[in-house]
Design a protein around this ligand. Sequence first.
Ligand code: SAM
Length: 252
Amino acid sequence: MRQDIIDLIRTSSGENLQYFHQGSEEFLQTQNGVRYPVDGNILCFPETVTLTGNNKNYQKMYDRFSAFYDLATKGYALLKNGNEKNRLVQYLNLLNIENGDKVIEISIGTGRNIKYLNSAADYFGVDISLGMLKKCQRKMKRLHREITLIQAEAESLPIRDESFDVIFSAGGFNFFNDPGKAVNEMLRIAKSGVKILITDETEKLRLKYSKNEFYKANKVRQPAEYLPDFCKNIEYKEICDGDLYVLTFCKP
Ligand SMILES: C[S@@+](CC[C@H](N)C(=O)[O-])C[C@H]1O[C@@H](n2cnc3c(N)ncnc32)[C@H](O)[C@@H]1O
């Protein structure tokens, strides 16, 4: 594992980690001997085994749904926007990724956004669902794209402060147990001046499917309500015919 990746990771309570590769076993370990397994290049943080509330439910749901996720989302984009790229670039084009940037997607899922982004940047992805992360890992291999994947909660990122040049989250915000905590974590790991982007489904889209049991249980959040006062350049707009909102804001 790259040393700069080991240097960027720490436990969610702030402890340093060392990397070990013993036989076929790979793991990160704290000074007190607590081990964090590396499962085929996915860094696993055990907090994700004892999730509660929404996070527990959606982890279970996405582990099950991971095999069909790409097919379902591609089909939807095909119907609504002609193809997947036409839909995703409506928010991805707002990211302005430069060569060599450290980029992280929070709630990365199967990584469908990554293939439309600058391949000369250094990518990381966080998700609670190991099923989605494994799918993502296989896809990135096929696309010859290097990526570091971390199984952790958006609300508790095992990452050092001020580590990233680009931070975004697509499709996860309406699910998070604690959206305010997730926003604070994104701000914490952003370098100074960095733009953060959050996109998810709007209330308008949910109303179209108001009889659907899944949508009834899952409420739409107004992400701007969770931003601390110090955020700068806050912009909100709707895209994809009002299906999605995009909120961007900067860390001072
Ligand atoms: C609709 S999918 C979006 C996946 C991907 N970003 C995309 O645009 O296709 C939502 C993802 O959010 C993840 N997720 C939900 N709650 C989370 C949390 N609290 N922390 C991290 N990931 C979470 C789910 O496991 C799932 O993979």
